[in-house]
Design a protein around this ligand. Structure first.
Ligand code: 6PG
Length: 229
């Protein structure tokens, strides 16, 4: 997997944003549209603030979520709240292109899969899925030991159990595998051990199960020491 290593989190955010902007322009030129799915957590927000500074035709870019926490609208726990703050509200993105995970609905997996299909076709193919990496090797909300890891027949599912206190809605491995490209965004020394296992495609961690042929990893030097280059 191609590595792009940067001295610190700020440089990483700027570089990853520039790369996503480049992929977006290429997709817009090639197919007239760009479908991006963004993970949650905390690392993506600085990158999204940087992405907001790039001149892109957002009227042709569909913004999806990789995963979301079952928490009230507007709460700080919701990844969508941070997506709004970092990117959506500052740019005034068109509502028709915004695809928030409907975690307030019991039928959220079916509803979101329906939205993916209505927007992208069947099966839905995302142009780019941005993934993070947890210190336990999870990615999206595909967490160790959860039955969601084994879901093969749908694109969206609930975690069977709460994770870090909240129930999660997540894209499944088949949906992620179908994406044209995957961009890993990883920062901090705490992720170093899992970066090593990810790069080794260690299938004993969820992240290791994501195909690497169309993936690239953007990391800071704390998470990805040069020795892993
Ligand atoms: C979430 C994320 C999650 C995240 C990892 C890494 O909603 O929590 O989607 O999978 O990507 O936990 O998060 P950080 O990069 O912010 O540490």
């Amino acid at each position: 997997m191609e590595l792009s290593i940067h001295p610190d989190a700020d440089a990483l955010a700027a570089a990853a944003a520039a790369r996503i902007a480049c992929l977006a322009r290429a997709a817009l030129d090639a197919r007239g549209r760009f479908a991006l799915a963004v993970s949650g957590g905390s690392t993506p927000w600085a990158m999204l603030r940087q992405l907001a500074g790039h001149a892109l035709d957002w009227t042709r870019i569909d913004l999806f979520q990789v995963d979301e926490r079952a928490a009230p609208d507007g709460s700080d726990e919701r990844n969508w709240t941070h997506l709004r703050t970092a990117l959506i509200d500052p740019l005034g993105l068109p509502a028709a292109r915004l695809h928030a995970m409907p975690v307030g609905r019991d039928d959220a997996p079916v509803a979101y899969q329906r939205e993916l299909r209505a927007t992208l076709g069947v099966p839905p193919v995302l142009d780019l899925v941005q993934l993070g990496l947890g210190t336990d090797g999870h990615t999206a909300s595909l967490v160790p030991g959860d039955p969601a890891l084994d879901v093969e027949d749908v694109d969206v599912t609930w975690t069977a159990a709460p994770y870090q206190g909240t129930r999660r809605l997540t894209l499944t491995f088949p949906c992620i595998a179908r994406a044209r490209r995957v961009l890993w965004l990883v920062a901090g020394a705490g992720k170093r051990a899992m970066v090593r296992r990810l790069l080794a495609a260690d299938r004993d961690i969820p992240a290791g199960r994501v195909a690497q042929d169309a993936a690239e990893l953007f990391g800071d030097a704390a998470a990805v020491p040069r020795t892993m280059d």
